[in-house]
Design a protein around this ligand. Structure first.
Ligand code: ACO
Length: 150
């Protein structure tokens, strides 16, 4: 399914190949450093992920009046020993539209995909300041994160 919800203000749908030109990078800048992401790399990643719908689902929210992408979220499903693990990544809502329920809407849709894809668990990494948001979305603290940045 490509479109999840349409109302007067927003269209909630899967990421599309032409979204790079709809302010997508500006949105991701509110989340992380995206200096290396140009239109060619975006297309390469899009085509790779789009051809693996059981592994990657990216949801965006388009603002109807501007045509700009104002929200984004990804679930990546890994499978080890028959155990499916959904990892939620790149959750972001444009600053001026935060606090209107869009972030929770993205998480709800991603969790629906996790169930559809038969994940046994869903996890994510986030900062302390965002824990309350994810708890409002029904997630709970679990485990301890350990990592190494290169
Ligand atoms: N702490 C506690 N509660 C919060 C927070 C927070 N930081 N943010 C939102 N909430 C609450 C809201 O008050 C609301 O509560 P309610 O249902 O009682 O009214 C509920 O969570 C849902 O809030 P939304 O309006 O859906 O959240 P929003 O659309 O603002 O999106 C988000 C939240 C995505 C964290 C947004 O603030 C954002 O884009 N921040 C910058 C980027 C970022 O840090 N993203 C998370 C990275 S972690 C990752 O990607 C796995």
């Amino acid at each position: 399914m490509d479109v999840y919800l349409v109302n007067d203000t927003y269209t909630v749908r899967a990421l599309r190949e032409n979204d790079f030109d709809k302010g997508y990078i500006d949105l991701l800048r509110d989340l992380t450093v995206v200096d290396g992401l140009d239109s060619d790399l975006f297309r390469e990643i899009f085509l790779y992920q789009n051809s693996r719908p059981h592994q990657y689902v990216t949801i965006v929210i388009e603002e109807n009046c501007s045509g700009i992408i104002v929200g984004n979220g990804v679930i990546f499903v890994s499978q080890q020993c028959g155990f499916k693990h959904g990892m939620i990544e790149d959750i972001v809502v444009l600053k001026r539209l935060q606090g209107k329920g869009l972030g929770k809407l993205i998480i709800d849709i991603l969790l629906g995909h996790a169930k559809r894809l038969e994940c046994q668990k869903v996890t994510l990494d986030c900062s302390e300041e965002n824990i309350g948001f994810y708890q409002k979305c029904g997630l709970v603290r679990c485990g301890v994160g350990i990592g190494l940045y290169f």
